[in-house]
Design a protein around this ligand. Structure first.
Ligand code: C5P
Length: 234
């Protein structure tokens, strides 16, 4: 079957239910806006399992997501949404593009989390924007931007707390939101080591996609370790 949509890490397929799609997690990995590519056996399986556990945990804490049901090793059933073209990044500790952009050393903790918006555009490399850009570009209204920021901070609180119990430090993450046919905005896409920076709380060892970005090796061992700890604590 032809996918309805193919992204860098997932494919979306129609199902018999017009309101439900099948989301397949791929083994392909990309970094630096797809300049760097690789295939990691089991990545799809690991990210699907991690996202499922985290989404269930977030739902239990009152965060609405697009999750409909688990299907198999690499597929989830998700509610059909229209993805907002605003990606939301939350940072607890300086790293990645933040450190590069403003020269603050990686590992510097923030007193209060930083919330960033970027324009979801592969062509432009997901540039940093703010709520004024989003409003004028017709990506989201001012009220929607406020909601995204508020929701992202709730997700951050829930995830920090949960990961802490797993012996993991949540450095930063990117989330996406989608609009259901009812108009309601819910958390969509994935929450996995592809989209979060997670460091071992004791050793500071990186257990996320930075292992691939920075050629640190043993990429899937990091993801496997994240899943193992989450399964233990859930
Ligand atoms: O690269 P940067 O420091 O801006 O990334 C911040 C966080 O957002 C990281 O956890 C990264 O994995 C995630 N991210 C993502 N997809 C992007 C950009 C960033 O998942 N397109």
């Amino acid at each position: 079957m032809e996918p309805l949509y193919e992204g860098k890490a997932k494919r979306l397929y129609k199902t018999d239910d017009a309101e439900v799609l099948r989301m397949e997690y791929k083994d392909e990995a990309t970094a630096f806006n797809a300049e760097k590519k690789a295939v990691f056996e089991s990545k799809g399986k690991l990210n699907k399992a991690i996202t499922l556990l985290l989404y269930k945990m977030l739902e239990d804490k009152g965060v609405k997501t697009h999750l409909h049901a688990d299907l198999d090793e690499v597929n989830l059933l998700v509610k059909k949404v229209e993805i907002l073209l605003v990606e939301v990044i939350v940072r607890n500790v300086a790293a990645g593009s933040f450190s590069k952009r403003v020269g603050v050393a990686e590992g510097t903790p923030f007193k209060t989390p930083i919330v960033e918006f970027s324009y979801k555009s592969d062509e432009l490399g997901d540039p940093l924007i703010n709520d004024d850009y989003a409003r004028e570009m017709g990506l989201a209204t001012e009220a929607e931007c406020a909601l995204l920021k508020k929701q992202a901070l709730v997700v951050n609180e829930v995830l920090i707390d949960f990961f802490q119990k797993c012996g993991l430090r949540l450095i930063d993450f990117k989330i996406e939101f989608g609009r259901l046919s009812s108009g309601e905005i819910v958390l969509a896409d994935e929450v996995s080591p592809d989209t979060c920076r997670l460091w071992d709380a004791e050793t500071g060892k990186k257990l996320d996609k930075d292992r691939f970005r920075q050629d640190l090796g043993d990429v899937m061992e990091g993801y496997q370790e994240v899943l193992r700890r989450i399964e233990e604590v859930k």
